[in-house]
Design a protein around this ligand. Structure first.
Ligand code: HSE
Length: 317
């Protein structure tokens, strides 16, 4: 089935959704950044929208709020993740669901911080909510859990932050210290100019909170505040050297179980399944009857995350 998409957020993910939508059989009829919107009921041309943004700093002549007045089927919410009330993303989602439209999120805030509110709105709407892109970029974690049945998955564990993993793997491989590798990661565009969420474990924790919400019964809701979070700022190079002498290394490992969410640097055997390198992510699912499933791949990036968004769109009916 072909859907008309309204995309909010013109960053790496929103832009890639605009670029790739037609390869999935969908069209983007509205595309907005925080200050402007491009609208075309016949489908937007990604190259001309991107060229205009490059040239004039706006994506089109419209106001962002005009997006909601267009004839769209699915709202793609790809504005930056915010904590607490998860605004303005949450209000965007609310508006679309009140209008009985489907919602696909790349923004983690509403799913991690207001999961109960989100599900309550969905229950009253003709629209459905999907959010594969919020956990592990291109890796189909949530759809795998859905296929298995959330009740048959007892835990999710792994590495869900590419920036922190890149820093830890480079520190271990090259004997470099944290500050040096962070600067290198920023130069390469792996880490954001403000990498706080990544290196303090917050980004990984939000993803494991989302996993905990998906794995829990409806009465239990997790938020970031419920998670135990420790980042990688204080991991000294000497700890990695000592770990290496013992055939081990350090990774920022998260876990979501019925008992809650924890993210912290942990020792793992070198070359083991959890010791992915560079910006790779990995999720291990513990199942009730079928042992452990491991899924790894690219956990970040525009086209990678847009792939998860567009797969979610294609799952809608
Ligand atoms: N900045 C994240 C990462 C991707 O480094 O994995 C977005 O959640």
């Amino acid at each position: 089935m072909s859907f008309r998409l309204a995309v909010l957020g013109a960053g790496a993910v929103g832009g890639s959704v605009l670029d790739l939508a037609d390869t999935y059989g969908h069209e983007v009829v509205a595309f907005a950044d925080s200050a402007s919107a491009a609208i075309d009921p016949d489908g937007l041309d990604s190259q001309s929208v991107r060229a205009r943004k490059e040239r004039e700093g706006v994506v089109g002549d419209g106001d962002p709020t005009a997006v909601f007045d267009t004839d769209y089927d699915v709202l793609v919410e790809a504005t930056p993740t915010t904590l607490g009330d998860a605004e303005p993303g949450f209000s965007h989602v609310e508006r679309a669901l009140l209008d009985d439209r489907h919602v696909v999120l790349a923004n983690k805030g509403p799913v991690a911080e207001r999961y109960g509110d989100l599900r309550a709105l969905e229950a009253e709407s003709e629209g459905r909510v999907q959010f594969e892109a919020t956990v592990g970029g291109a890796i189909p974690v949530l759809s795998t859990i859905s296929d298995l049945g959330a009740g048959h998955v007892t835990a999710a564990r792994g590495v869900l932050n590419g920036t922190a993993n890149f820093i830890l793997s480079r520190m271990a491989a090259e004997g470099l210290d944290y500050e040096h590798v962070l600067a290198e990661a920023q130069d390469l565009g792996v880490a954001e100019a403000d990498p706080t969420f990544d290196v303090d474990g917050i980004d990984a924790a939000l993803k494991f909170v989302i996993l905990a919400n998906v794995l829990s019964d409806e009465a239990t809701e997790y938020r970031l505040d419920d998670a135990g979070v420790e980042g990688i700022r204080n991991v000294p190079g000497t700890a990695l050297d000592l770990a290496a002498e013992d055939g081990r290394t350090v990774r920022l490992i998260g876990e979501a179980t019925a008992d809650g969410v924890r993210v912290a640097p942990r020792l793992v055997p070198k070359g083991s399944t959890l010791a992915v390198t560079g910006t790779q992510n990995i999720v291990q699912l513990e199942t009730q009857h079928a042992g452990q499933l491991n899924i790894s791949g690219r956990g970040a990036g525009g086209p990678e995350t847009a792939t998860a968004v567009l797969s979610d769109v294609s799952r809608l009916e």
